[in-house]
Design a protein around this ligand. Structure first.
Ligand code: FES
Length: 162
């Protein structure tokens, strides 16, 4: 049974863009801001309203890395796998995060608390190996310290309501 979404907020977004050329990408961005990702039901409504075939919408979504077709975690963990981090043990850090969260890179935990991603360089090579959790940087990590960083974002952790 597909999940049902309150489409009234989407209708507000669509009403701003109706009849405008080039509306698809801004509509997708705003829809993702509303729902956190782009569920099929939302895409079908956008397709109907903007008169853009669903296949074309999926083509746009898969082209741009900023769009998500599945729910994302409340917190996004980015594990840097760039060269500086790689030579300082980023693989071990990533493995420990995968084990702790029980997800592969690109995955989201069942409780929707964390999504885990890999990135090429977050621009703080002097802190290698680095992870980011939301907007926070954690550097000079060991696998254990990376897992400890996650704990701040658990339900009783300090960052939960940040
Ligand atoms: S390679 Fe990881 S921060 Fe640059």
């Amino acid at each position: 049974m597909p999940e049902s979404f309150d489409l009234s907020k989407l209708d507000e977004v669509l009403s701003h863009y109706r009849g405008e050329r080039g509306a698809l990408i801004p509509v997708l961005q705003e829809a993702q801001n509303v729902y956190g990702y782009l569920p099929e039901e939302v895409l079908r409504r956008i397709s109907r309203d903007l008169k853009v075939p669903l296949s074309k919408i999926y083509g746009v979504i898969t082209f741009y890395a900023q769009f998500y077709l599945t729910p994302r975690g409340k917190h996004v963990v980015k594990s840097c796998q760039g060269t500086a981090c790689h030579v300082r043990g980023a693989k071990g850090v990533l493995d420990s995060l995968c084990r702790e969260l029980k997800v592969e890179p690109g995955g989201t935990t069942e409780d929707l608390r964390f999504s885990l991603e890999t990135v090429a360089c977050v621009g703080t090579c002097f802190l290698a190996p680095v992870i980011m959790i939301d907007r926070d940087y954690y550097g000079k990590l060991t696998p254990k310290r990376a897992v400890d960083a996650l704990k701040k974002y658990s339900p009783d952790g300090k960052k939960e309501e940040a």
